[in-house]
Design a protein around this ligand. Structure first.
Ligand code: 5AD
Ligand code: SF4
Length: 480
């Protein structure tokens, strides 16, 4: 089934995005992105910073003067993919010795200047909060030095930078609303690589969304490691405890539900998505806001990681199995048509066979549309690496993962079959991969629908009657 990602290492990590060239100019930058949507979004910020500095973007590695790789550290395999890719650049560099190679993102932050020693090929190492410094770093390399900036910031949100939307189909775009993460899940490297959580000024978010809509975009996805903890404190800045604010300050503040409402109000023709939600922070207020606006897509990515309360505690997730189930019940009560997906980790430290079975039974309870499923991969310097034993054997991890994958496949198939026979509004995003006579788009629930083109085009909203499904894709015909 297409939608089932067996292991995100193979799926998300494989996605490589090359920026196309835009204007005539001197030096050319080529960017590849790996990992989460946030990295893809960050690459657009990087492209913006560099184009302002006189660079053009290119899709062609061979003609690039500057090659940048935006990297992911979430699992060991993700890092290995990047290392292999860096090695493969050697060929291009041999042909063009003046080519600069830079590493951006989480691996840059994790390894810092060690990267320069380990990977002799690399000239520039830049962490996620230091992209504004790229023009200076390039200049340092021009002067014959190696260049590193991995300083993390408590404030940087790149709020004023208008991303270069070269990754997009002209229909949907990402808008980052928070950076970093304060949750400290024990398995996760993100709090170390992306730093403290901070929320972006809502005015700049709304401006960006309005601008996209005015330029013809029909869908925005609000991005953050934990969008539910979005909180803007108004003029007073980054106070942490909401309860300590004065009434006046509280009135000036904006939470995620309120931000979402403002974005939804830009136009009923602008679809709004968001990722990622956190079970401990997703509020009823937010769910009611979602339900109130048709243009807020009825789809929630709500990672649960494990279905067992003891394992969740060891993971420091901040909720129990029962809490998670209650949140699911609430979602289904308020929005019966809402689809839900999850992230699941198989074989975390000390997980027993019975505890693993509770992951399967939680999947049975929720019935996810799809899931991203992983084997636990120990990451350097995380709480789990320092304090816990990675004691589930590789064999058990693999078997548990394959049980999870098989169950998800059954659920996805059942759910897709239930969509057959109904009419859904589809936002057309591209030509179908199968044929130029067909278009592909997504329902509000995030399911891909393919249907005969007729006179419709990319960017149209089309009512489609679904008559069949193959794997993760629904097949239909447009109805007038
Ligand atoms: N091993 C396996 N999966 C992990 N994730 C995060 N850290 C690890 C790790 N060390 C998964 C979680 C998270 C998703 C983005 O990646 O499921 O939600
Ligand atoms: Fe990592 Fe947990 Fe933060 Fe997600 S919420 S980025 S899993 S620490």
């Amino acid at each position: 089934m297409e939608e089932i990602k067996k292991e995100i290492d193979e799926s998300k990590q494989g996605q490589t995005t090359m920026l196309d060239s835009n204007t005539e100019g001197a030096r050319k930058v080529y960017i590849e992105s790996y990992g989460c949507q946030m990295n893809f979004s960050d690459s657009e910020i990087v492209a913006s910073i560099l184009t302002k500095d006189g660079f053009n973007t290119t899709k062609n590695l061979e003609e690039a003067d500057l090659v940048l790789v935006n990297t992911c550290s979430i699992r060991e395999k993700a890092e290995q993919t990047v290392r292999n890719r860096l090695k493969s650049f050697q060929h291009a560099k041999k042909k063009k010795p003046e080519m600069m190679i830079g590493v951006l993102g989480c691996m840059a932050e994790r390894l810092k200047s060690k990267f320069l020693e380990e990977e002799k090929l690399v000239d520039i190492v830049v962490g996620p909060d230091a992209y504004r410094d790229l023009p200076n770093l390039v200049q340092q390399v021009d002067e014959g030095k190696k260049a590193v900036n991995v300083i993390l910031s408590k404030e940087e949100t790149y709020a004023d930078i208008s991303p270069v939307r070269l990754l997009s189909n002209g229909v949907s775009a990402f808008i980052s609303i928070t950076r970093g993460c304060d949750n400290m899940c024990t398995f996760c490297v993100v709090p170390f690589t992306r730093g403290r959580e901070r929320s972006r000024n809502p005015e700049s978010i709304l401006e960006e969304a309005k601008d996209l809509f005015n330029r013809g975009y029909k869908e925005v996805t609000l991005l953050g490691q934990n969008v539910d903890s979005y909180l803007w404190y108004g003029k007073e800045g980054l106070k942490k405890n909401f309860d300590t604010l004065s009434d006046e300050e509280k009135a000036e503040s904006m939470n995620f539900a309120q931000l979402m409402e403002q974005v939804a109000l830009i136009s009923p023709l602008l679809r709004v998505r968001f990722s990622t939600s956190h079970p401990k922070d997703i509020t009823d207020e937010f769910l009611h806001t979602m339900a109130k606006y048709d243009n807020i897509c009825k789809y929630i990515h709500l990672p649960f990681q494990s279905g067992n309360s003891r394992v969740l505690e060891v993971m420091n997730r901040g909720y129990t199995r029962e809490w998670y189930m209650e949140r699911i019940d609430k979602i289904k009560e308020i929005m019966p048509d809402c689809s839900i997906s999850a992230d699941i980790i198989a074989g975390f430290c000390s997980e027993t066979e019975e505890e693993h079975k509770e992951t399967l039974s939680l999947m049975d309870y929720v019935r996810y549309d799809f899931s991203y499923m992983f084997k636990y991969s120990e990451r350097p310097n995380t709480q789990a690496q320092r304090k816990l034993d990675d004691d589930v054997s590789e064999e058990d991890k693999s078997r548990r993962l394959s049980e999870i994958v098989a169950l998800q496949r059954d659920h996805s198939f059942e759910i897709n079959k239930n969509y057959v026979g109904s009419v859904y509004e589809v936002l057309v995003e591209k030509n179908s991969k199968r044929s130029d006579d067909e278009l592909a788009g997504r329902t509000s629930q995030n399911t891909v629908v393919v249907f005969p083109r007729k006179d419709y085009k990319v960017g149209d909203y089309v009512k489609v009657h679904v008559h069949d499904c193959t794997g993760g894709t629904l097949l239909g015909t447009a109805v007038e």
